[in-house]
Write a new protein. Structure first.
Length: 122
């Protein structure tokens, strides 16, 4: 009798896992431009954005070529390849020169957002 109980419990768990694999979606990282612009604002205002900043820099963006170029520019600022120190003072992620570069990139991103066509789902 115990065998059948264990068998049915395992069967239910395995069926649940199989259904999750069949009907579930794989996790993807597809940031939109507005979210990245908000991330830039949070970084410039020294809000708690370190984990989002690190995720943005470390995962390639394959669905938006302009956003990937912006990510690569930010990566060069953060890594110091543009002769900027990577850490600022008073809890800032970037130093003063890095923040100025980030403002330029944020302005470019804002122009890309404004140039996007509006679409509505009816």
């Amino acid at each position: 009798m115990e065998f059948f109980i264990v068998f049915f419990v395992c069967l239910i768990v395995l069926l649940g896992v199989a259904l999750a694999f069949v009907f579930g979606k794989p996790p993807t990282y597809r940031p939109v431009r507005r979210d990245i612009l908000q991330l830039f604002v949070d970084v410039m205002e020294k809000r708690d954005a370190l984990s989002r900043w690190d995720m943005f820099l470390s995962i390639p963006i394959t669905h938006d070529a302009e956003l990937e170029q912006i990510r690569l520019n930010c990566l060069s600022i953060a890594n110091g390849t543009d002769d900027f120190m990577s850490k600022g003072i008073d809890g800032a992620i970037l130093n003063k020169e890095g923040m100025m570069q980030l403002r330029v990139i944020a302005a470019r991103l804002n122009k890309l957002i404004e140039a996007e066509p509006d679409s509505r789902l009816f």
